[in-house]
Design a binder for this molecule. Sequence first.
Ligand code: V47
Ligand code: SF4
Length: 383
Amino acid sequence: MSLSTSASILLASSISKELKTIAEKVFQNQRITFEEGVLLYEHGELGYLGTLANYVREKKNGNFVYFNRNFHIEPTNICVFDCKFCSYSRLLKQKEGTWEMSEDEILEKVKSYNGKPITEVHIVGGVHPKMGLMYFANLIKQIKDIRPDIHVKAFTAVELEYMCRKAKVSYEEGLRILKDHGQDSLPGGGAEIFDEVIRKQICEDKCTADEWLKIHETAHLLGMPSNATILYGHVESFEHRIDHMNRLRLLQDKTNGFNTFIPLKFRNKENQMSHIPEVSVIEDLRNYAISRIFLDNFGHIKAYWPMIGRNTAQLSLSFGVDDIDGTIDDSTKIYTMAGAEEQNPALSTQELVELIKQAKRIPIERDTLYNVITDYSKVDSSN
Ligand code: V47
Ligand code: SF4
């Protein structure tokens, strides 16, 4: 046997020993370290990762898969920032391809859902230089006047940082104003990759990682829960993905204010990073699984089905995912413009329920805070 063959056998056996140690830790409900997270990315094969992630997923969420009935409002795609991965935003001075909804159009859209059992409106968009904190606070108040029952999940930390800076208020003051006007929680966008070097390469002019984390921490302290995302599969390394999740895990230890973690796969259509190939479905599934294993203090892992498509969303339910977002009603353009699987994302509740049942899981319609609205194991699905 040559020296290099025996060295690689030794290496392989030490890696398999480490993978065995990680498996033991997971089955004993112990937290894995940064280095172990990286090792999972480097050496964990799909079946092994799926087994571990499914163990964690079933311990936390049994056989349930959550979804909600929601729609999106994207008030504008005009944005002062220039994220290299963004296919959706346009500068104010650009004439083509921009949209700006008027206040009346936004309120009409909300009214169009009157009588429909929608529980959440998700409001995000470009960072428009002329739409400020008080404009949005009053908008939310009017939305709540129309639909007092609806949960308003609005504004990424990127939008909030800009609004607070322009209005010359602290994050706490800004968030308090929005909360008093009816905002209930924050979506998870704008996190991208926290590592400062990568952030500079892909979105250098928007809020920093520390600002993103501070805004979410402040929201949690004010009683506004939030989500967290990661944008993966571009120029980042496995270390950067684990570093990102580690910063979230530390904040969650402190506040317990995150509801769910949403891995977002980089899509490469018509943006400044279009030369970067997209990662495979196998890598998507590995990434969901490692997120589930690493983020031991997050209740839920969400697969955003309009982006990865309904087939991969179904598969992800065996790799740590317990939430597939909502009905959406064809109300978002962020992903369709970036080349997502679903070009007109809308699923009826019945279709979502069927999709989950086909994966042999129990569909649960939830509200934004994961209170159960309907447990479909107790409902005749022909209804
Ligand atoms: O921050 C932009 C991402 C995010 C691309 O909280 C892209 O429930 C892939 O955060 N390829 C905004 N991703 C959307 C978001 C979100 C979505 C669904 C649910 C929730 C939630 C939050 O979209 C941005 C950015 O990371 N994004 N361009 C692209 N080319
Ligand atoms: Fe603007 Fe958001 Fe697009 Fe960045 S990702 S350019 S902040 S709309």
